[in-house]
Write a protein that binds this ligand. Structure first.
Ligand code: ATP
Ligand code: MG
Length: 390
C-alpha cells in the first residue's frame, strides 16, 4: 500500500505545504548528488501546473511529460524518462506541453503512481507542488520516505504542519476505508471543525478508543509507519533549528507522527544566481557551505540502507535534530569566516586557484629567465614578460 524501509527502490517525494520554500531546488540538487554518487536517479516533475524542473536542469521543454501521460493512455511511464547532461540522472518532465489538467481523477492518479513504482532506478525523487491538495497528498503517500521542506517563517511552519495533518488524515481514511464507524466518525469530525476549536487527531483517536479500541490501536501503529524528514531551508542563523524542533514536537503531540531532520541550509544568494544561469546549484558553486549541506543530506540518504530510517551514530548525539544543530553551527562559523574576509567560500576558492596559476607562471618565467641568463635570447624573454598580465 505504501513503500517503506523494506523496499529496495526508494521513492522520495519532496513537499512542503507552502510555495517558494525551495522544494524544486532541493529535488534537483539532491537528485544530482545521488547520481554523482553512482546511484541511478530519476527526478520527476509532479508539480502539475507549475512545472519547472527542466529549467533548473537546463533542458528545453520539448519532451513529453506527466501531462502527456495523463492525456495519452497509450503512453507508459518509462517512455517519458529523458537523460540529462549528468551521468546517472534522468528526468520525467511535468505538464509544460499539455497544460491545465487541474485536479486529476483518482483513476489517473493510480495510473501515475503505478507507473512511478514500476520505474527502474535506485532513487526516484518526486518534486511536488505547493499546498495540501489531494493530488499532492496522495503522491506524498506513495512512500513513507517523504521530505517536508520549510523555512523558519511562521507561515511556512504552519503550512508544513497543516500538510502533515492532512497527510495523517488521508492515510487513516485510506487505511480504514472499509471500517464504516471509523470513517463516519472522521468524516463528521472533519465537517464539524470550527476555526480555533479544532480537535487534534490524537484527541479524536482518544474519543474513538471507547467505541473502536482495536481500530484505534491499529491506527496508532499505522501512524508510526510515517517518518517524514524535515529540511529547514533559508535559515538566517543556526538557532532557527529550534523552530523545526517545535514542528517535530507539535507533530508528535497532536498527530502521533514521528519526524526526523535531514538538515538545515542557510539563506544563500548564490542559490538564486545559479537558477538564473539554468545550472544546478551544486555544479555552479560546488565548494560553497550550502553545497556541502546538500551533500550531507544526500549522504544521509545513501548511507541509510533502510531509508527513511536515519543512519545515526547515537553515541555522539541524541537524535537527527541534534546532529543538524552541530552541522548548522559548523556551517555558521564557516559562513562568518567567509563573510569577515569579505569573500564567499567560492570566491576564496577562485582566488586560491588564481594565486596558484600565477605562481606557476612566475616559476615558468624564472626558469625561462635563468635559461636566457645562460645565453638565450633575452629580448625574446623580456618581450614575453611584458606581454603577460598578472
Ligand atoms: N537556501 C536558499 N537560499 C536562497 N534562496 C533560495 C534557497 N533555496 C531556494 N531559494 C530560492 O527560492 C526560490 C524558490 O525556490 P523553489 O522554486 O525551489 O521553491 P518551491 O518550493 O519549489 O516553489 P513552488 O512551490 O513555487 O514550486 C528560488 O528563487 C530559489 O532560488
Ligand atoms: Mg517547485
Amino acid at each position: 500500500m505504501i513503500l517503506n524501509e523494506n523496499s529496495p527502490k526508494k521513492i522520495i517525494p519532496v513537499a512542503g505545504g507552502k510555495g517558494g520554500v525551495g522544494k524544486s531546488v532541493l529535488s534537483t540538487n539532491l537528485s544530482l548528488l545521488l547520481a554523482v554518487n553512482g546511484k541511478k536517479t530519476i527526478v520527476v516533475d509532479l508539480d502539475l501546473g507549475g512545472s519547472n524542473l527542466h529549467t533548473m536542469l537546463g533542458i528545453k521543454n520539448t519532451n513529453r511529460g506527466i501531462g502527456n501521460f495523463i492525456s495519452d493512455k497509450s503512453l507508459t511511464m518509462d517512455e517519458l524518462v529523458v537523460p540529462t547532461d549528468y551521468e546517472n540522472l534522468y528526468l520525467i518532465p511535468g505538464d509544460v506541453l499539455v497544460y491545465g489538467l487541474g485536479e486529476i481523477s483518482f483513476e489517473e492518479k493510480k495510473r501515475i503512481i503505478k507507473g512511478l513504482v514500476e520505474l527502474d532506478a535506485d532513487y526516484i525523487i518526486l518534486d511536488l507542488g505547493a499546498g495540501s491538495s489531494l493530488n499532492v497528498i496522495d503522491f506524498f503517500l506513495i512512500s513513507n520516505s517523504g521530505i517536508v521542506v520549510t523555512t523558519p517563517h511562521m507561515t511556512s511552519i504552519m503550512n508544513a504542519f497543516g500538510f502533515l495533518k492532512n497527510v495523517a488524515f488521508r492515510f487513516l481514511q485510506r487505511a480504514f476505508a472499509d471500517n464504516k464507524r471509523f470513517t463516519e466518525y472522521f468524516d463528521r469530525a472533519f465537517l464539524e471543525r470550527h476555526p480555533g476549536e479544532q480537535k487534534s487527531l490524537k484527541d479524536m483517536l482518544d474519543e474513538l478508543r471507547s467505541i473502536e479500541p482495536e481500530a484505534v490501536e491499529k491506527a496508532e501503529l499505522f501512524l508510526e509507519i510515517l517518518q517524514p524528514k524535515i529540511i529547514m531551508n533559508m535559515a538566517e542563523e543556526s538557532g532557527e533549528l529550534s523552530i523545526a524542533e517545535s514542528l517535530r514536537d507539535l507533530t508528535k503531540r497532536s498527530l502521533s507522527i514521528h519526524s526526523e531532520c535531514l538538515g538545515l541550509l542557510f539563506m544563500d544568494r548564490q542559490v538564486s544566481d545559479a537558477l538564473k544561469e539554468r545550472t544546478p546549484f551544486i555544479m555552479q558553486y560546488p565548494e560553497s557551505v550550502t553545497a556541502e549541506g546538500m551533500d550531507r543530506m544526500a549522504r544521509k540518504i545513501i548511507l541509510s540502507k533502510r531509508f527513511p530510517e536515519m543512519p545515526l551514530e547515537l553515541d555522539y548525539y541524541k537524535d537527527s535534530f541534534e546532529l543538524t544543530q552541530i552541522e548548522a553551527e559548523i556551517d555558521e562559523q564557516a559562513r562568518e569566516k567567509a563573510e569577515n574576509s569579505g569573500y564567499s567560500p567560492d570566491e576564496i576558492d577562485n582566488l586560491l586557484k588564481l594565486v596558484e596559476q600565477q605562481q606557476m607562471r612566475i616559476r615558468e618565467l624564472e626558469k625561462a629567465l635563468s635559461r636566457s641568463a645562460m645565453g638565450g635570447n633575452q629580448g625574446g624573454i623580456l618581450g614575453q614578460i611584458s606581454g603577460m598580465s598578472f
